[in-house]
Design a protein around this ligand. Structure first.
Ligand SMILES: O=P(O)(O)OC[C@H]1O[C@](O)(COP(=O)(O)O)[C@@H](O)[C@@H]1O
Ligand SMILES: [Mn+2]
Length: 651
């Protein structure tokens, strides 16, 4: 573009802007407004990861802002309230609908209840005013329940107009009460407080798989005021299934069968499993290697268990068959060792992998043609095609996957930090590992950008099922240089059929020990054009085994790993129930969560299931909006407005 074109474009833009800001005073007001926002303290960021379908535990962490709600209540009421009263108020803020019901049952007279309403609304208004002190009025207004904005603003800003606060409050609140609006108001105020306490949420991957309600987590995120997602390997598996990858689809179904979560497929997403069930019933029988994992709360009948066991086998075999042609058509994936069905000696019931021969047990090779093991029988072909059709036609899945694409990325640079679920593939010397894609070699950030490009490419061509982009999504789930998998190979076949645990081991990318080193972390931050002095890497994906003394804060704070195991299935290895991270204007704090019992326990006993906070770092100077990504955007707007001012209004 020539300089002249540039000038032309700019003038067009300024003319457009002038339509909105058609008076000098309007421009000035907006500049002053934006400028003052830059000087406010930065909003609180909340980081979570590896949610794995654990909707209730996630809800709790979200509603209590990883302890931030309680901390704010404590700040204000510590001198006037007992710990018990603080817990009561906290529970009301987290779960207003349920807690209101419980509280209302405790009162014997209407007058007492009335007093409680007045006092509680007053406390909540106080809390809102405290929690919103670092925001502009307009931002606060957006967070208020729409139907009560006027009333709440009266309570917030005009409370001492007559120098008689109590009376003024009382008059308004009495009126609300007599009009029967108190419950609605309290509920609205509670959600406002939740929203004010966390300005922005980052989900560092793995919303899906293992746990029972990923769809509800997605709904929560869709309705959340401000969120971004860094895709995890499990999320990408779901994206792949929806984008047309049959092997990704087989995997998600296999995992749902393994964790006894087929409800997600059938009930939550309305996908018809009947064809798969028929196939499973026809060819498979009982097999202990394929028993579903038992839920603590949900007991399966023997019949149900047997049926899931059969489905589990049917879909696992389809998965192994579907892997083979991809490995063959993509030599650059370098996965020949994973042509497992072709490495089986079907007479001897043995397999030779990575130079070792192992006996096989619990095999279920009923549909395998020894001459061509990867060939799908006609029924399998039909089943997987029907399933894909049904997946791509699910309205709800479509909504959820579109949202994942819209709000998600493979990695994110945010306020100087690098957020990434898995890893940056490196060799044992810390050099970025290279991979060939479409005839070109890529590594580091460029490799990740290529991966992301292909995910989006596949997603926008859902009818293509065997193209490079679609195959690459599966590669991201399981390939050696995948930034999401971070291991050399996935030993799913071995874990089903080989007893010797040595064959199950999945070797991790050297990234996972090199990330302990701060120099290495600096190098990786630089690879992403981030300031190595200021920046940190925030990782999910690998459960931190606090039980074995592992520290989630690594490399002098340059690396923070927040997968503590929301996933119930992994809590015995981690010893806790997940880490979350808070980053406010004063610095970063890591929060370790104890096992999330039940919502009832929180409601009745105020048990917060929270635990220690560890300060990762304290800012020497309080961070302001001007130091953030948003600040940079606002500064650009200010610059533009300033140009408009001289172009249009000042000679
Ligand atoms: O414990 P499961 O559910 O069988 O899953 C094991 C598989 O999950 C993985 O750990 C990937 O999932 P994560 O991203 O949760 O680690 C694979 O490496 C492994 O093969
Ligand atoms: Mn993961």
């Amino acid at each position: 573009m020539t300089q002249y074109d540039n000038q032309n474009l700019k003038e067009k833009y300024l003319n457009l802007l002038a339509e909105k800001f058609d008076e000098e005073e309007k421009v000035a007001t907006e500049i002053i407004n934006l400028q003052s926002i830059l000087d406010l303290p930065k909003g609180t960021e909340h980081f979570v990861s590896d949610l794995h379908g654990e909707y209730h535990a996630f809800q709790h962490v979200l509603r209590n802002g990883s302890g931030n709600v309680r901390a704010k209540i404590h700040d204000i009421f510590k001198d006037t309230h007992s710990e018990e009263q603080i817990s009561e108020l906290a529970a009301l803020v987290y779960y207003p609908e349920e807690k209101l019901k419980l509280i209302k049952n405790q009162f014997e007279t209407k007058a007492d209840l009335n007093d409680w309403y007045i006092e509680t609304i007053q406390q909540m208004i106080h809390l809102i005013s405290y929690a919103s002190s670092k925001y502009t009025r307009s931002k606060l207004r957006k967070a208020l329940p729409k139907q009560f904005v006027y009333i709440i603003e009266e309570l917030l800003y005009k409370s001492n107009v007559y120098n008689n606060k109590t009376t003024y409050y009382e008059t308004i609140v009495q009126k609300i009460n007599s009009l029967g609006q108190s419950d609605k108001l309290i509920t609205g105020l509670a959600y406002t407080i939740q929203q004010l306490v966390v300005d922005h949420l980052h989900v560092v991957g793995d919303i899906y798989d293992r746990g029972p309600e990923p769809d509800k987590i997605m709904e929560t995120l869709i309705n959340y005021h401000s969120v971004d997602i860094q895709w995890g390997n499990h999320d990408v598996l779901w994206i792949g299934a929806y984008a047309g990858s049959k092997v990704c689809l087989a995997n998600i179904l296999r995992i749902c069968a393994r964790y006894d979560n087929l409800d997600i497929i059938e009930d939550a997403y309305g996908i018809n499993l009947r064809p798969l069930v028929n196939l499973a019933e026809k060819y498979y029988g009982d097999n202990p290697a394929f028993y579903p994992k038992q839920h603590a709360e949900k007991k399966l009948s023997e019949d149900e268990k047997l049926q899931i066991t059969k489905i589990h086998q049917a879909i696992a075999i389809i998965q192994f068959k579907l892997e083979s042609p991809i490995i063959k058509r993509r030599p650059s994936f370098d996965m020949e060792e994973r042509l497992v069905l072709e490495k089986v000696d079907y007479d001897k019931q043995e397999i030779t992998v990575y130079g070792h021969t192992y006996p096989l047990e619990n095999t279920c090779f009923e549909t395998i043609n020894r001459a061509n093991p990867a060939e799908l029988i006609e029924e399998e072909e039909e089943v997987i095609n029907k399933l894909l059709l049904s997946v791509q036609e699910s309205e709800k899945l479509k909504r959820h996957m579109n949202f994942l694409m819209k709000k998600g990325d493979l990695y994110l640079k945010y306020n100087g930090n690098l957020l990434i679920h898995g890893c940056i593939p490196v060799d044992e010397h810390g050099n970025m590992e290279e991979m060939e894609i479409d005839g070109k070699m890529y590594n580091g950030r460029e490799l990740l950008d290529q991966f992301e490009y292909h995910i989006r490419e596949s997603f926008s061509h859902k009818n293509e099922t065997d193209d490079l982009s679609t195959d690459l999504i599966w590669y991201l789930w399981t390939g050696k240089y995948s930034s999401l998998f971070g291991k050399r190979a996935m030993t799913t076949f071995e874990r089903y059929f080989i007893k010797d645990k040595a064959s199950h081991k999945e070797e991790k990318n050297p990234y996972y020990y090199l990330r302990e080193d701060s120099e290495m972390c600096r190098k990786m931050l630089e690879e992403f054009n981030l300031d190595p002095e200021q920046g940190r890497i925030i990782n999910g994906h690998t459960p931190v085994k606090e039980i074995d003394g592992e520290n989630p804060i690594k490399a002098n704070g340059k690396m923070i790993v927040i997968d503590g195991g929301f996933s119930k299935a992994y809590q015995s290895t981690t010893g806790i129930a997940g880490y979350t991270l808070l980053y406010n204007s004063f610095g970063m704090q890591l929060v370790a969560h104890k096992h999330f019992g039940t919502k009832e326990n929180v409601l009745l006993n105020g048990a917060d299931e929270l635990s220690v906070r560890r300060v990762v770092d304290e800012e020497l100077e309080r961070k302001k909006v001007r130091d953030t990504n948003i600040g940079a955007k606002l500064q650009e707007e200010i610059n533009m407005l300033q140009e408009l001012m001289s172009y249009r209004y000042i000679d």
